[in-house]
Write a protein that binds this ligand. Sequence first.
Ligand code: SF4
Ligand code: SF4
Length: 275
Amino acid sequence: MDEMNQFKEKVLNEYPRLGLQDSFHFSCHIGVPCFTQCCADVTIFLTPYDILRLKQRLGITSQEFLEQHTLSPFTKDQRLPVIVLRMGEDEHKRCPFVSENGCRVYEDRPWACRMYPLGLASPRESDGSDDSGEFYFLMRDPDCQGWDAGRQYTVAEWLDEQEVILYNRMGESFQQITLHDFFQKGNSLSPEQIEMFYLVCYNIDKFRVFVFESTFLKRFDVDAQIVERIRSDDMALLEFGMQWLRFCLFSEQTMTIREEVVQDVRRAAGMDRMK
Ligand code: SF4
Ligand code: SF4
């Protein structure tokens, strides 16, 4: 069992489970002796919304962000690509966004950084529904000195204050894709479909080029107002991309093929039969 699964087993079997109204004391501020020590040598998985916020914050394209700040580790039982924040190459492997005054991208920091000291676990693969068995737990990192000081938070207050709720809402469509029944039934994607997943979820600017500079809009009937929105609005484009992924990965009827394209296909099929 790898390190990640060992930790998950430990959480499921040994950690106290917290609900939204359970409370804890925590205080992290520039005066704690461990300030910013946790922003080093840590594995931070990035969601599509994390990448979108960070690349906007840094004023760079998604392609530049991926190249400069991320890694895409691969394990043999992995069915979809994941992205992690690349730590620095100094001896402490510090996060590229940490400074002596704290996080330089604080308002746009990733979901995982917002959650700490809370963790989220589930006995089975969660689809985010109420009966998924998900629970919160406290990650009592022994080097962290923010414990049992400062104000008391309920779990719900912490999630709200750290804007985790907004990030969760923005991640719902992504979660519905990654936890889709298609995978639960043991199916896997083709390399072309995996490439499309990567493009939509992680390289939003390149996905925009795909939509506007290929025959995409000639093949699919997309409402004119949506076309205008996704031209410049990254979040709208990401939501649109999730609909597109449901169509091209799982054959769901989330996109409408233009009638003339359907006719062309039928004509070509008829001609084939006549040959
Ligand atoms: S993004 Fe900010 S909060 Fe998260 S590890 Fe880096 S410096 Fe720390
Ligand atoms: S180790 Fe804990 S208290 Fe110290 S900076 Fe990190 S979160 Fe804050």
